[in-house]
Design a protein around this ligand. Structure first.
Ligand SMILES: Cc1cc2nc3c(=O)[nH]c(=O)nc-3n(C[C@H](O)[C@H](O)[C@H](O)COP(=O)(O)O)c2cc1C
Length: 204
């Protein structure tokens, strides 16, 4: 159980006061792209049927322009982004009492940037990006394992498939939720208008 004195809510003292540049705060909360272990985000787009569309993706990176994720161009999310280039993303760190919510505009990154991220992904994820097709998903599991092993053996080194695509979520709103084991949880909610961020404090 998390009690006062444990790490819950204790690593984000930096958000007691509103800041001028919340993207700098995003860069403190999300790790840089320097390892295979990436934070997991719930990513919502607008489904082609008009309903919200939701799945989890790894957060590849973040910088002063936004938050990056990578995916397969044949996936539903890419068709949804093409139709409606907007998304929302939520990342939670329940063990330390934090949540970040990003809403904004989605832009595709260059092939070179996407390839650089691919090279940092684990061997498993590199193989997955090639083998993970709807056609293969219909095969029996033994056939899928065989195909995977054969492909891996034939390709000791891999470059990204053409379907591999990177996207930046460029924030228009940012919400930093902070838990507190001995008090109320709070949020800092920021909106971007005319190139300037304005923030307000909300109940958690
Ligand atoms: C732990 C975890 C990590 C995942 N990471 C990614 C990812 O980084 N990129 C991605 O396209 N899909 C990732 N997926 C799969 C997606 O959740 C989703 O099933 C897939 O992208 C197809 O989504 P769509 O048809 O809604 O576009 C991940 C799933 C899990 C459970």
């Amino acid at each position: 159980m998390i009690t006062a004195g444990t790490t819950f809510g204790s690593d984000v003292d930096d958000i007691d006061a509103l800041v001028d540049d919340p993207l700098a705060l995003v860069q403190r909360w999300l790790p840089p792209h320097d390892g295979e272990l990436r934070p997991l985000a719930a990513l919502s787009t607008i489904g082609l049927d008009g309903l919200p569309s939701l799945r989890h993706v790894l957060v590849s990176d973040r910088d002063a322009t936004g938050v990056f994720f990578h995916t397969d161009s044949a996936s539903a999310k890419v068709a949804e982004i093409a139709a409606n280039p907007v998304a929302a993303m939520a990342v939670a760190w329940p063990e330390v009492g934090r949540q970040l919510v990003v809403r904004g505009i989605v832009e595709r990154v260059s092939a070179a940037e996407a390839a650089a991220v691919y090279r940092e992904r684990s061997r498993y994820l590199q193989l997955l990006a090639w083998v993970n097709t709807h056609e293969n998903a219909h095969l029996p599991v033994e056939a899928r394992h065989h195909l995977w092993a054969e492909f891996a053996e034939a390709h000791p080194e891999l470059e990204p498939p053409e379907r591999w695509a990177g996207f930046r979520l460029r924030p228009l709103t940012l919400t930093f939720w902070r838990g507190d084991p001995i008090g109320q949880s709070t949020r800092q909610h920021y909106t971007l208008a005319d190139g300037r961020w304005s923030g307000r404090i909300l109940a958690g």
